[in-house]
Design a protein around this ligand. Sequence first.
Ligand code: SF4
Length: 185
Amino acid sequence: MLTLRYPMYAPPGGRWFYEVPETGRSFDADSKREVVRTVTQHYVVNKLPVPSDLDARIEDYLCRHIAYGACQGDDPRDPADRPISYFEVVSATEALFRGRAHTHVSPREAEARAGRCRVCKMHSVGMCTSCNQLQATARAFVGGRSLPCDNMLGVCRVFRVPVNGLVYVRDATAAKLPPNCWALK
Ligand code: SF4
């Protein structure tokens, strides 16, 4: 089962939702508790057994339908195959940084990491991260730290976060990292 990486925050998009497999009915609300309540009611009304792990099922379902990287667990989606959207990067960046006290690596270590990102198949430069302020946002989250190669860095397809900020995070983890990724060391 997939679980939210940062359960204390609202999921990307701010809504919880679930489709009941037995009936095809969809439910959504601004809290998990409310979705659990209405889905439970739906099972009872339809004289169906309420799954004992309904809470976990709802979280797993949500995780499979929101931005890749917001959850942890064995997500079968291959990030390399999925296009990156602006809003997805905003959500993933917020989820990684907002309210979290990361420690940072040295500029030298960050530069070495960036060098590996630049030759990594998961490094995407298809989106202009300096034009749309994504790079500046990521830089602000790491205390204004920058690198000489910033203008050559894009977005990591696994983390869905601008690489210029990501490489400064001491401990970053995500599912399905390629074996060359610095985050696995
Ligand atoms: S997978 Fe690792 S090495 Fe590759 S771009 Fe992402 S952070 Fe960089």
